[in-house]
Design a protein. Structure first.
Length: 153
């Protein structure tokens, strides 16, 4: 449908908490479609609504063949710990080493408002945790020191 503009730090919207989604209408469906288009255009693997200026609790994951929507997520449990170098479309010139849970269980809603429960591990778990941070106004630079992204990486 449309590629949206991704906000970059220090845009103050990135530091605000998103509100729960309460309307699962055609406008919301269009937002989700636009978020996937934007994620693809920017070559991202995940995107949260605040990154495109919408303060709603919705994120999309677009990693390899996995493409799904998470609305109003709530972390139920997490286990393990691992460090991973993370980048962010809203901080396009840096990487940060971030410690995250190896696996998470999330309760949320899908794009139609139906309840879902996800249990994810590995990079998909990291993507969800990263995007959930965005819903709370948290950025990767809050997790540790930034280092410049190498040219061509």
């Amino acid at each position: 449908m449309a590629v949206l503009n991704v906000l970059t730090y220090p845009n103050p919207i990135l530091r605000q908490k998103a509100s729960p989604v309460t309307r699962f209408d055609a406008a919301f469906a269009a937002l989700i479609s636009d978020m996937f288009d934007t994620c693809d255009a920017y070559k991202g693997i995940g995107l949260a609504a605040p990154q495109v200026g919408v303060l709603q609790q919705v994120l999309v994951v677009a990693y390899k063949k996995r493409r799904f929507v998470v609305v109003n997520p709530r972390l139920v449990s997490k286990s393990g710990s691992s460090w991973r170098e993370e980048g962010c479309l809203s901080l396009p010139t840096i990487l940060v080493d971030v410690e995250r849970a190896k696996s998470v269980v999330i309760e949320a809603q899908d794009e139609a408002g139906n309840p879902i429960r996800l249990q994810e591990t590995g990079l998909v778990s990291t993507i969800i945790q990263h995007e959930m941070d965005h819903l709370n106004g948290v950025l990767i630079i809050d997790h540790g020191p930034a280092k410049p992204l190498e040219e061509g990486a």
